[in-house]
Design a protein around this ligand. Structure first.
Ligand SMILES: [Zn+2]
Length: 278
């Protein structure tokens, strides 16, 4: 907001100068030799364009103060960063900030602007403009699209994907007289495995029979665990995106061979991961 104000002020000053017939600077100070007024006009336009950027939380910041500073709201920031409890943000952590009220959508296979607009109940025109796209077309899978005003229902839906490609060696349920609270996916030692959904690292450590493990908090009461790693690629507190490498297959903890032990928890209860996987 502050820098936008500055740009507007500079623009008004410039207009005033022109009207009063005062020569405005050396008219070719712009990087590419553009006249100053053109540079200023471009800056003015750029300041109005929605931006998505990473922000490091400072001491004293609240989600509310950050939202206010950048012209968005708490719900936008919470949704964007999978923050379940807006009071639990910490100085030094980084979050993503979108400079308008809305959502950021990760494009799934076969999605078009029209389809995304329908999903969020907004005008396709608004999405085209915010992302400087022209015309409806198939969007590249995985690309992130700003959806102005877009709000998915806050039903607490987290979309999970498989943490790695491999052989399912053991399912959820009874096994040799003991209940197995996750699924096992066999893969060679050292194979990377991935965050099954966007979230925040809540554990990255040795933890009993899990061995070297990662636990992710996905917000809305959802979390996931990844056990028996040989090496981890994340640290506690870090935010991760779905599909990001978080560790490597190993044989730490209670295991007989290299595999990933994968759990999904809802409100602290271990559920069958396959009920949430595609
Ligand atoms: Zn297991």
């Amino acid at each position: 907001m502050r820098s936008k104000g500055r740009v507007v002020a500079a623009f008004l000053l410039f207009l005033g100068a022109v009207l009063l017939g005062i020569p405005v600077g050396a008219a070719s100070e712009g990087g590419a030799g553009l006249p100053l007024y053109l540079v200023q006009l471009q800056e003015y336009a750029a300041a109005r364009e929605p931006r998505l950027f990473t922000y490091q939380i400072r001491p004293g910041d609240t989600l509310y103060s950050i939202a206010l500073e950048f012209g968005t709201d708490i719900e936008t920031l919470a949704g964007l960063n999978n923050i379940g409890n807006p009071h639990l943000i910490f100085a030094g952590e980084t979050i993503e900030v979108l400079t308008l009220v809305g959502s950021v959508h990760r494009v799934a296979e076969g999605e078009t602007v029209e389809k995304i607009a329908e999903l969020y109940g907004v005008e396709a025109e608004a999405i085209l403009e915010a992302n400087r796209l022209s015309g409806d077309r198939l969007l590249p899978r995985g690309e992130r699209i700003i959806v102005p005003g877009g709000r998915l229902s806050r039903s607490g839906t987290v979309v999970f994907s498989w943490p790695l490609q491999g052989r399912l060696t053991s399912g959820y349920g009874w096994r040799n007289g003991k209940f197995h609270y996750g699924i096992d996916i066999g893969a060679p030692h050292g194979t990377p495995f991935y965050a099954a959904a966007d979230g925040r690292v809540s554990k990255a450590q040795y933890w009993g029979s899990y061995g070297l493990m990662v636990e992710l908090d996905h917000g809305y009461g959802w979390s996931s665990r990844y056990g028996h790693a040989s090496k981890l690629a994340v640290t506690p507190g870090q935010r991760v995106s779905s599909g990001q490498v978080i560790g490597y297959i190993g044989v730490t903890g209670n295991t007989t061979g290299p595999h990933l032990h994968f759990e999904i928890l809802k409100d602290g209860q271990k559920i069958n991961p396959q009920s949430q996987l595609p």
